[in-house]
Every structure is written in C-alpha cells, then in structure tokens.
Design a protein around this ligand. Structure first.
Ligand SMILES: C[S@@+](CC[C@H](N)C(=O)[O-])C[C@H]1O[C@@H](n2cnc3c(N)ncnc32)[C@H](O)[C@@H]1O
Length: 212
C-alpha cells in the first residue's frame, strides 16, 4: 500500500465526505474520540507547542489546539480532498499562517520533517496496513508525546470491520480497514521510548496517550 496509499485514500476520503465531516464539526464540534485526543494533549499542560497531525482529515485537532496549546502545526494527509477542506477551514479561522499542509503518505515524507512536541493520529492506524512503519516514523518525530485513537479489539468491532472489508471487496475497492493488535502497537511505542500514561475507551474507539 505505501506506494499507492494516496490514490487509495483519495478515492476513499472524497470531497463529499470531507464536506459532510466539516458540517458535522461546525454543528456539533469535535467527534467524541477526537475530544479524547484533545483532552489528552491539553493534559500535558503545554504552551506554544509544535504539533504534527498525521491523517488529520478536516483538521479538527489543529483547528482546536491552535486556540490554546499550539503555536504551529503540520498536517500530513494522503487525501487531497480532506486537505483542501482543512486548508479552507484553517483560513476561515485565521490559522493559515500557522499550519503547514502536506499531501503525502506520511511514511514517505517523515524523514524530511522536523521533530515536534506532540504527534497525533486520530483514526489513522486502522487505515494503514503497516502500523509498524507508520508508528515508528510517527514516534521518531515526537519529542514529548503521541496521542492516537484506534478501534478496540472487541468481538463486535471485529465483525464490523470484517463486514466493511467484505463490502469493499464486493465493490472492487482496494481500501481496507485494519484491527491492529493494541499490545503490539504498545510494544513498538515502548521500544521507541514512549510509555502509555492514559487510556480511554468509547464503544468502538480507544484513545491512548504516550509520553516520552
Ligand atoms: C478515517 S480518516 C480520519 C480523519 C481524521 N483524523 C478524523 O478522525 O476525522 C483517516 C485519515 O488518515 C489519512 N491517512 C491514512 N494513512 C495515511 C498515511 N500513511 N499518511 C497520511 N495520511 C494517511 C487518510 O487520508 C484520512 O484522511
């Protein structure tokens, strides 16, 4: 997938979907799992932080954190439609000078990016087959912390994701969702010098905050 990730994500995360997400965000604020990430990052007590949001979608995390915690953000996304909507919203909020938008598979560009204080991945590892490569690259960019959300390893999530993948297969769509092992993700982040300091669970999503 890494070589054609952007093409797959572009076809999956379309402008129609991005605009619908933006409408929801403007009406109801950040989604529940995103709120968990925002609270976790705020709990670090940082000011003027530099953020890296990988697969940031419409940019909710930096739209919110640039109001209090962060001074600058980099948003890397494989979907050009999401990036377009995120850029327009950042402009509307007066944040355009503080956010750098990069259209890429993060694993392809990670080496060129500087380290930041906090890295976030909200519902991203489940869109990417090689979580090791993704999380290793993400942790190499984090000076202080990583906050991420991913699907919980429950029987109903397992069945739900299998059903989604079955319909993707029927539609001949190469995009798949992945239920990566939480223990394996934790072992990898531990090996990169990060320690889990907080976990919160919703019905489908789990959020974990790791600190260096
Ligand atoms: C399910 S969406 C989540 C968007 C947003 N974080 C949210 O929670 O609303 C997954 C996002 O991750 C992006 N993505 C997946 N793999 C990526 C990668 N390797 N590099 C950059 N972006 C990636 C997709 O393009 C998409 O925008």
């Amino acid at each position: 997938m890494p070589c054609n990730c952007c093409e797959i994500e572009n076809n999956t995360f379309t402008e129609v979907e991005a605009k619908a997400n933006l409408r929801d965000y403007r009406r109801r604020g950040p989604a529940k799992q995103t709120r968990l990430i925002l609270a976790a990052v705020r709990s670090l007590g940082l000011k003027d932080a530099a953020l890296l949001d990988i697969g940031g979608g419409i940019g909710t995390i930096h739209h919110e954190l640039l109001n209090d915690v962060a001074r600058e953000a980099t948003h890397v996304d494989a979907s050009s439609a999401y990036l377009k909507v995120a850029t327009e919203e950042a402009k509307r909020l007066g944040h355009e000078a503080q956010v750098k938008f990069i259209h890429a598979d993060f694993t392809d560009v990670a080496d060129e990016l500087p380290q930041v204080d906090v890295v976030t991945l909200d519902r991203v590892v489940c869109c990417y087959p090689n979580f090791r490569e993704l999380l290793k690259a993400a942790s190499s960019k984090s000076r202080k912390a990583i906050a991420l959300t991913y699907p919980r390893e429950t029987w109903y999530v397992r069945i739900g994701l299998k059903a989604i993948n079955f319909f993707q297969w029927l539609r001949n769509n190469p995009f798949r969702v992945f239920l990566h092992s939480v223990n394996e993700m934790e072992a990898l982040l531990n090996a990169e010098g990060l320690e889990k300091v907080s976990v919160k669970q919703l019905l489908i999503w789990e959020m974990a905050l790791y600190r260096r």
